[in-house]
Write a new protein. Structure first.
Length: 317
């Protein structure tokens, strides 16, 4: 949520896979990768089962994102490993497939698809994935969180609970990692959403208001009628307050919405289906009512036309 224009191309996610690692070395390679890229863990399988894994990592600085897919296994973060490899961070996991067991602070819980798990990355825990694993992982530096926001007991936000923050975080992270045409995420929006989730809503009102506004925007990027009065009303604040909330983050509400729409458009135009998309189709899918306005703002933002970017991406494929 910054006013300065970003670089022309989003930073691609870094992909790690055990596909070309000998079976007997895969767990060790997986442990070494996670220790360097995400969180140091000890891993094991049961019954000598074959293990396969892939992880797409994107480091934003204060926030690290990953899409993790593996076969059945268990992981543990014991106290001695935490002492050797602390992260100084909070971990948020969004389950996409398969039930998982989570145990921390003597409490065992089942995490189901669609649930959001929030925990201290430097607290001992055990996780078990008997059906395999497909999840989004978010690691947020504690120093990025607002003063007074501290992670306490592990928290699970269930899929059937009305929680727009977890849904928005999952959508932003899902667009950023694990797909060929990734959408650059808004790091500050992720920090705000994580702050609200970690504190279970007990953060300063401006952070809550901005997080909820960003959540609403992510849900409605394809709607050209999306407006500041509508979002302010849904958040429960005045338009003036909404303006102040985004000003505190160095931007304006219209600029923020435009930026997010352009980022999604960039992802579509560099994705696997880009060759089949017309510029007008992309404009409509990203909430632009005018193709001319879309083309003009896209070129101003990225220094390349939508058509040129689509053709360049198609040549790479």
């Amino acid at each position: 949520m910054h006013s300065a224009a970003p670089p022309a191309a989003p930073r691609p996610a870094q992909v790690f896979s055990t596909a070309h690692t000998p079976p007997g070395e895969r767990l060790r390679a997986w442990e070494e990768h996670n220790a360097d890229a995400l969180i140091a863990l000890t891993c094991r399988t049961t019954g000598g089962a074959d293990f396969r894994a892939r992880e797409d990592n994107l480091d934003l600085g204060r926030v690290h994102l990953a899409r993790v897919r593996t076969t059945a296994h268990m992981v543990e973060r014991p106290a001695d490993l935490i002492e050797r490899r602390p992260t100084g961070s909070v971990a948020i996991y969004v389950s996409l497939r398969g039930e998982a067991l989570f145990q921390q602070a003597g409490r065992r819980q089942v995490v189901r698809p669609g649930d959001v798990l929030v925990c201290d990355a430097d607290g001992s825990f055990v996780r078990g994935f008997g059906q395999g694993l497909d999840e989004l992982a978010v690691r947020v530096d504690r120093g990025a969180l607002p003063d007074g926001v501290h992670v306490g007991e592990p928290l699970i936000v269930r899929r059937d609970e009305s929680n727009p923050y977890g849904r928005a975080l999952a959508r932003i992270v899902g667009r950023a990692v694990g797909v060929a045409g990734a959408t650059r995420p808004d790091e500050q929006a992720l920090v705000d959403l994580a702050s609200v989730l970690v504190s279970d809503g007990a953060t300063r009102p401006p952070v809550v208001h901005r997080a909820l506004a960003c959540a609403l925007v992510e849900d409605r990027l394809d709607d050209p009628r999306l407006s500041a009065p509508e979002v302010a009303g849904a958040v429960g604040i005045s338009v003036r307050q909404l303006t102040r909330v985004f000003a505190d983050a160095g931007t304006t509400f219209p600029r923020y919405v435009l930026g997010r729409r352009l980022e999604v458009a960039h992802g579509l135009l560099t994705g696997p289906d880009a060759a089949e998309l017309r510029t007008a189709t992309v404009a409509t899918r990203c909430g632009f009512s005018s193709v001319a306005h879309f083309s003009q703002t896209f070129h101003a933002r990225f220094g390349i036309t939508a058509g040129e970017l689509r053709r360049t991406a198609a040549k790479r494929d």
